[in-house]
Design a protein around this ligand. Structure first.
Ligand code: GDP
Ligand code: IMO
Ligand code: MG
Length: 437
């Protein structure tokens, strides 16, 4: 079968988890390749809601093996408690169902303390991070003093690293961030040595496992976290996360070479949301924004924060399609637009006297004038649609125009949070993921 990457092409929360769950009905592997428990992927199966953070959404499919590849950052306590929470629902998680790359960097309590203190110090200029310690953990990784899963199994090395990092973190916090935290290095080491025993059975050479799986023609789905516009290099910097969220990172993180990817599926909402600070050209501050937030239940899975809501932004989507090499797009949450009289689609920007179909590197997204095309909405309930042709004509037109203006084909859409409320009508995509339902 094939290797597909599912990637968010907005600012996250596009419904990646739900789509991954749907696409893995006959898959063998689901791989998270970046980010950590800043992600919140909600999947609803037969009315039962699962909020996944670190564990790939494939865990809900019995025959799927879930992998965390090297560029993921793992808070070991969060990892173990998420396993325990999932097991409470009756799903058994044995090490043959969940594997962890030894190169994975750990998020430790001092990373969280720094994230928190920095955000507090930034005040009104804060990034609006999830305060899970994501940024500081990636900083330690590229700074070459991070603590990896494999370091847990070398006591002397672990001791030296923990002592060094806690000392540095304390100094940095007190001198620069003007705050103190109370973490004892010796206690931390003892806790980590205990955790090491619990993590050991999950450790696996992800690169080798996947290389063998690819050779055996298994179906492998990479589950992106966050979204393209939050990519640390290509996103709306500095209002981004600290990892590469775009599709090529799947290869880097998993160690599988760049030719292994057969398909990149981009996920976008039928509108747009963002949590935290940063530019959002199509943001709707008024009643319509509130309506989308309420109907779409746009409140963060991880932090509970209300998500900022607005219209679909084609200039930014065109950029995201290029950055990821997106083959087709699945549009989620179309049902949320039901009942809105006039729908708006941002087709291009006016900026400094120029018309732009995509922002340039020096375009200030806070200052662009957004040009919209308006479409008539629909009032019919679309949540039970099973094909494109079940949709009211206005909804069909809305999808067709987005597809045409975006310059990338739509392969499906979704009309509710349930597993069954996803429609993939592209035969090519159905074949790639081996879909039978
Ligand atoms: P992710 O981070 O990309 O996996 O997305 P989230 O799970 O954070 O946010 C998507 C939210 O929308 C979740 O609560 C999903 O259950 C829900 N959802 C996904 N697809 C649809 C859809 O088509 N319609 C509606 N109404 N809700 C959806
Ligand atoms: P999923 O996978 C939406 C945002 C935060 C903040 C910025 C940096 O559910 O789509 P971080 O804690 O990563 O340093 O925060 O990134 N952010 C997300 N927004 N969905 C996510 O994940 C996000 N993960 C991080 O709100 O603006
Ligand atoms: Mg989410």
């Amino acid at each position: 079968m094939s290797v597909g990457v599912i990637v968010g092409i907005q600012w996250g929360d596009e419904g990646k988890g739900k789509v991954v769950d749907y696409l893995t009905q006959n898959a063998q592997y689901v791989v998270r390749f970046q980010g950590g428990n800043n992600a919140g992927h909600t999947v609803v199966v037969d009315g039962k809601k699962f909020a996944l953070r670190l564990i790939p959404s494939g865990i809900l499919r019995e025959n799927v093996c879930c992998l965390l590849a090297s560029s993921v950052v793992v808070n070991p306590w969060a990892f173990l408690s998420e396993i325990a929470d999932i097991e409470k629902t009756g799903i058994e998680i044995k090490p043959n169902r969940l594997k962890l790359a030894p190169e994975v960097q750990l998020i430790l309590p001092y990373h969280q303390a720094i994230d928190e203190a920095r955000e507090n110090q930034r005040g009104a200029k804060k990034i609006g991070t999830t305060r899970k310690g994501i940024g500081p953990a990636y900083e330690d990784s590229v700074g070459r003093h991070g603590i990896r899963v494999c370091d847990l199994f070398d006591q002397a090395k672990l001791r030296a690293l923990v002592e060094r990092n806690i000392k540095h973190a304390k100094e940095y916090c007190s001198k620069v961030l003007e705050t103190n935290f109370d973490i004892n290095a010796q206690e931390q080491i003892e806790q980590l040595l205990q955790i090491a025993q619990k993590l050991r059975p999950f450790v696996c050479d992800v690169s080798r496992e996947l290389t063998a799986a690819i050779a055996a023609k298994k179906t492998i789905v990479f589950e992106g976290a966050q979204g393209t516009l939050l990519d640390v290099a290509h996103g709306t910097y500095p209002f981004v996360t600290s990892s590469h969220t775009i599709a090529p990172e799947a290869c880097v993180s998993a160690g599988i070479g760049t030719k292994s990817i057969d398909y990149v599926l981009g996920i976008s909402k039928a509108y747009c949301t963002r949590v935290g600070g940063g530019p959002f050209p199509t943001e709707e501050m008024g009643k319509t924004g509130d309506q989308i937030r309420t109907t779409g239940n746009e409140f963060g899975t991880v932090t509970g924060r209300p998500r900022r809501c607005g219209w679909i932004d084609l200039p930014l989507l065109r950029r995201a399609i290029r950055l990821n090499g997106v083959d087709s797009i699945l549009l989620t949450k179309l049902d949320v637009l039901t009942g809105i009289d006039i729908l708006k689609v941002a087709t291009h920007y006016e900026y400094q006297g120029r018309t732009m179909v995509e922002p340039d590197w020096d375009t200030d997204l806070e200052k662009v004038q957004v040009v919209y095309e308006e479409f008539l909405g629909w009032k019919e309930d679309i949540s039970k649609a099973t094909s494109l042709f079940d949709l009211p004509v206005n909804a069909q037109t809305y999808l067709q125009k987005i597809e045409q203006y975006m310059g990338c084909s739509l392969s499906g859409f979704s009309i509710g949070p349930e597993r069954s409320q996803t429609i993939v009508y592209s035969n090519h995509v159905r074949e790639i993921f081996g879909l039978t339902k």
